[in-house]
Design a protein around this ligand. Structure first.
Ligand code: GLN
Length: 241
């Protein structure tokens, strides 16, 4: 049987891409190619429609408030239905920080309320108080036992999960969704949101591999991850673990 191809779509790569979040795509590509799997990358930006059937993994990175304002309206208008259809057939949706905030129902910024695409039941508000900044580590279980995800967070918004929603993980060090409930990110089936930049996947290649497995329905052989493991340990140490 021919090796499968991971078909990735980057949403708004020009606007939603702070803290080198595009590095997440580079890691997905490398981990596929090193194993002889195919990898293809397309993008969908402002005003561009999204084909619900065309992608195994949809990715959106973080962004500043002003870029999120541009993106939020467009995402609801041109991509909401396709995102719901893709998630319903099991495509992986990975959203980081500003992108994560737009997966929910709303992001309240002062007087302004940005509507999200409603893939998950969560809402984000700017509350009085400092930005939530720093290295962060969480414990998450994506079906292969509890593992650590380490990264860096910097967000003014506080995210709250609806009562039926599950977090991606529990905060070990750092702030997480809102610095209060000890929860970080969201996971509903293959829809995953997190505040962790780093970028996320170079510091946590086990997570990159798990996302590829979920997206393609395959089991991956391990790689020699000597350098990647060192990067992960360094991110954990930075967070104080
Ligand atoms: N602008 C959002 C906030 O400050 C998201 C920031 C980010 O993506 N790092 O909450």
């Amino acid at each position: 049987m021919a090796a499968p191809t991971l078909r990735v779509c980057a949403l708004y790569p020009g606007l939603m891409n702070i803290y080198a979040d595009r590095g997440n795509i580079a890691v997905l590509r490398a981990r596929c190619e090193w194993r002889g799997l195919g990898f293809s990358l397309e993008s969908s930006g402002l005003g561009e429609r999204l084909d619900a059937e065309r992608h195994d993994l949809l990715y959106i990175g973080g962004g500043q408030d002003r870029d999120q304002i541009l993106v939020a309206e467009d995402m609801v208008a041109t991509k909401r239905e396709a995102l719901h259809a893709a998630a319903a057939r099991g495509a992986v949706v990975l959203a980081v920080c500003g992108g994560y905030q737009l997966l929910g129902t709303s992001y309240q910024l002062g007087e302004r309320k940005l509507a999200g695409v409603g893939l998950v039941d969560l809402w984000t508000v700017r509350e009085p108080g400092p930005r939530l900044i720093g290295n962060c580590a969480i414990e998450a279980d994506l079906g292969t036992g509890p593992r650590v995800i380490a990264g860096f967070e910097n967000h003014g918004g506080r995210t709250h999960l609806g009562s039926s929603e599950r977090p991606l993980g529990r905060v070990l060090k750092g702030h997480g969704n809102n610095a209060r409930d000890g929860l970080e990110g969201v996971r509903r089936a293959n829809v995953i949101g997190t505040y962790l930049h780093g970028p996320l996947l170079p510091k946590n290649v086990w997570l990159a591999d798990r996302l590829i497995e979920l997206a393609l329905g395959v089991e991956l052989e391990p790689l020699d991850d000597t350098m990647e493991d060192a990067a992960h340990l360094s991110a954990r140490r930075a967070a104080g673990l």
